[in-house]
Every structure is written in C-alpha cells, then in structure tokens.
Design a protein. Structure first.
Length: 458
C-alpha cells in the first residue's frame, strides 16, 4: 500500500485544535516522502517505518499534552497558579536579549483573586463617595439643644398704657451645637464651649427625631472637649480614624447642626492646612488657645461646633471647633488623636483622666534668650508668674518629685527637641497616666537627665 494511502486511511485526527505549524510540518514531510517514491523498495520501507514511528509518536504526544492542558484549564484552573507564580519569579530575575519583554505582572496576583462577594476585602482603607460617608455617619451625629426656664411676659393695660408683666416662666431654647456618639451606651463627644453653661437643660436629638435628656460627664477646658451621656442602649456610633495620617488636600466631610437650626447639615471640603495654632473666643467672653488643629474649607458654621470631621472612609479625624467669622471657607477642627486619650478615659473610668507634670513655663527663643541671658535659644524655661499664686512648680507634683527646679530649661522630651514648632503641653497630653518620660534638662549650663512619672491632673 502506498504511503499516501496509509496516511488517508489511518490518520483521521481533527487538526482543527492543533496548531497550524503542525499542519505545515505534516505537509513538508508528506512532500518529502512523495519525492522518494522513485527510490529503491528497501529505501521506501525504511523511510516508511521511520516516518510512521516518529509521526505517530508526535501525534500521540500532541494529543497527550494538549489534552492534559485542556483538562487543567477548563476543569482545574487553580492547578496552573503555582506555575504562573514560578513564571513571575523567573520574570523578576531573568531577561534574555532575544526576549526582552517580561511576563505580565498579572500572574503575581492571580493567587489572591477574590470571589465576587469579597470585593470589599481587596482594599481595607477603601475610599467611599460623599453620599456613602454621610449614610454611615449621619445616624450617629446629634444635635445638642440648650434650653432654660425664662420669664414669661404678657401685655396688660393699666389705664391707657400697655405694660409688660411677668406671668410665670416658660422653657425656651437658648442655644445649640453638635456632637457625635462614640459608644453604644450613649457617650457623646462635643465641644466644651457648647456645654459650658450651668443651670440649663441639655437635650440630644438624633437623626430620627427622638430626643433624650443629656447629662454632662466632663468638660475639658484645655482641649475644648465636652462629654455628654444619654440613657439607652444600642445607639449608632462613629469609629475614630488616625488624624496623623491626614494630608493637605485630602477630601473631608463635616456634619453638624448648622446655626443650631438646620439639623445634620453636610458640607464637603479639603484639608487646607495641618498643625495650626490659633486663639479663639468661646462665645461667652472667654479665650481659648488651640494647638495643632486641622484647617479645612468645609463650611463650619456656628452650631457645627462639636460635630465630626470625617475622612473618605467614614472615620472621625477631627472635632469641629472654630470658624473665622470675618472670612469664608476657613474652619478648624481638633485632631482626633489629641481627643483619643479623653475618649479612652471616659469609656474606661467615666471621667476625663489627663496626665500632667505640674510646671509653669515659658517658651524659649532667641528673643527670650537675649532678654534673660539664657544658655539656650530653645526649650522651655520653668518660671513662676507675676502673681504669687503662679508657682513655677506645683507642690507634690510629678515635676517636684522628680527633682526639677525653677530656672531649669527642658530641652527635649523622650528625645523630641522642644522648639517653637513643638508644643510641650501637646506632647504631654499625648502620654498616659503612669507613663515615665525622659527629660533632657539644662541646669546652670550643665545638661542633666530626669525621669518623670506622669500622674493624673488634679
């Protein structure tokens, strides 16, 4: 039987699923064998045996390889992932001149491909839309309503004159602000200047319209933070973020009781600046010095004080505290990291526990150095005030127990140099009660080290 007849009768493989290169190879072999038909008979038989054995081996090998590969691809795709990982390893280490294009990086992450239901787990700090942030935060943002019994007057006639005469008292709203829940059992963060009045009633209104009488738990004049509590359970509450991770230009959302009239008003802006220091009025004639605050162009109107400043993950990064009345789009918020210690102590002890050292000091700079002939142009100088009551060191305080004296210049705290851009009080507020701090102190031109055990502020 001729070789071409053998090929036609015995080879019935569907070449549709085999590479075209195989088909071209078969054509070349076929032409070569036809060319040898005029050879002697023994040459034809020898070529026939060689061709059939090699050709059948090639066909069987092709079927075996592509069959197994097809089963893996369509039935067990995960079996190929280790192979892809190895290819990626080679891709990072080997690059030949004739094949300079590397294997696509997609193979490096194929083992981590999530199911469709796990998409939220891809990015743990996923940024949300403004709408989503508001949906998350709004139920936990509250309006603080301040009310008081005030005289009630009525108009009466005395002869031909109209006269106002008091006829008992009535309860009226005299102010308001904002706040937000930090726990399921009703603890609320707001500003101290929102709840600084005595002999008044404080009521908290939730987004759903429900009202709860509130009691004052604590007022912190240093940070302008106030804490209220309402009775109940399973309240919605907000989670705290990390204000140290904020960057200038980052988008933020402010929510509050604007003008003490428009509940849960939302404004959007960016972080305009970080680490600002300002002096603000508390609305009742008092002055507050605020350090390391966040500047934002999100509208913070009167009434927004105490509301949350949120990042685009729905976490609280600040407590809205002040606005510049004579300008537009300049508002300020206390960074949540400075408030965090208060939150922890409130949830743990039910009151504000703040560490203190017990000194009165002046910030040292070149001007003060020249004026007092000091040995350093930076640090803080422990000094008494003009009033005899303004002692340099509080008796029985941590500073006195550690051996500090009036006239000492503290150069650094735990290795952090104290200059005009680093506030000493801010550093101490970031510590914990019972924590030891290491001070580098300059005394009469000699540097000395002191370890101070911080205690709870009286």
């Amino acid at each position: 039987m001729k070789i071409n007849e053998i090929l036609k009768s015995d080879i019935k493989i569907n070449f549709k699923y085999i590479f075209l290169s195989k088909l071209n190879l078969l054509k070349k072999i076929y032409r070569r064998i036809k060319f040898n038909f005029n050879f002697p008979k023994f040459r034809i038989k020898r070529h026939t045996k060689r061709f059939l054995s090699s050709f059948l081996a090639s066909i069987l090998g092709t079927i075996l390889v592509f069959g197994i590969f097809g089963i893996i691809v369509f039935a067990k795709p995960k079996l190929l992932l280790p192979l892809f990982a190895k290819l990626e390893t080679l891709n990072n280490t080997v690059e030949t001149p004739e094949f300079s294009k590397k294997i696509p990086k997609v193979f490096a992450t194929m083992t981590d491909l999530p199911k469709s239901t796990d998409l939220q787990q891809i990015d743990p700090i996923k940024k949300l839309s403004v709408t989503d942030v508001v949906k998350i935060a709004n139920p936990a943002v509250v309006s603080v309503i301040i009310s008081q019994q005030v005289p009630k007057y009525e108009v009466v006639y005395e002869g031909n004159r109209q006269v106002l005469r008091q006829n008992g008292t009535e309860k009226k709203n005299i102010g308001g602000g904002s706040g937000f829940l930090i726990s399921q059992d009703g603890y609320i963060i707001t500003n101290k200047h929102v709840i600084n009045k005595d002999n008044v009633d404080y009521t908290v209104q939730l987004l759903n319209g429900k009202k709860y009488p509130a009691v004052i738990i604590a007022r912190d004049a240093v940070l302008d933070i106030g804490v209220l509590r309402i009775t109940g359970t399973n309240f919605p509450y907000l989670k705290l973020g990390d204000s140290d991770e904020l960057e200038t230009g980052e988008q933020v959302v402010a929510i509050g009781n604007a003008l003490a009239e428009f509940q849960n008003s939302v404004s959007v802006g960016i972080v305009s600046g970080l680490g600002r220091t300002l002096t603000a009025s508390d609305g009742s004639g008092g002055i507050e010095n605020l350090d390391k605050v966040i500047q934002t162009d999100a509208a913070i109107n009167p009434g927004n004080s105490g509301g949350p400043l949120l990042d685009m993950s729905g976490l609280v990064v600040g407590v809205n505290v002040a606005v510049v009345q004579s300008s537009q789009s300049i508002g300020f918020a206390l960074p949540i990291n400075t408030v965090r210690s208060i939150v922890k102590s409130i949830l743990k002890d039910g009151t504000i526990v703040r560490p203190y050292m017990g000194i009165r000091y002046l910030q040292v700079n070149t001007e003060l150095q020249s004026k007092l002939n000091l040995a350093s142009d930076y640090g803080i100088l422990i000094a008494s005030g003009k009033d005899p009551k303004d002692l340099a060191i509080i008796p029985n305080s941590p500073a006195e127990k550690a051996g500090l004296k009036e006239g000492d210049i503290i150069l650094s705290v735990d290795g952090q140099t104290l200059n005009e851009s680093v506030n000493f009080s801010y550093l101490i507020r970031g510590k914990s009660v019972g924590q030891k701090v290491l001070l580098l102190v300059l005394r009469e031109g000699v540097e000395m080290k002191f370890s101070v055990l911080l205690e709870s502020a009286p």
